[in-house]
Ligand binder design. Structure first.
Ligand code: SF4
Length: 68
């Protein structure tokens, strides 16, 4: 799976990085940065959990190979 981050939407709450620091980081402007665009299998559950807690829905989980 892969994560798509909408950095225009991100408001820098940091909940994603608190929940899954292995997947999400914040840059100097407190905007989300992905550590892995393609998430390794062992981090998929954490990546999903981090995406779910985003209060502005800036993170989208996509299954690679799935139809859009
Ligand atoms: S939880 Fe959402 S708004 Fe907050 S830093 Fe992460 S992507 Fe941005």
């Amino acid at each position: 799976m892969r994560i798509v981050a909408d950095q225009d939407r991100c408001e820098g709450h940091g909940l994603c990085a608190d929940t899954a620091p292995e997947v999400y980081d914040l840059d100097d402007d407190a905007i989300v940065v992905l550590r892995h665009e393609v998430v390794p299998p062992e981090l998929e559950r954490k990546a999903e959990a981090g995406a779910r807690v985003c209060p502005v829905a800036a993170l989208r989980v996509e299954q690679i190979g799935a139809e859009p």
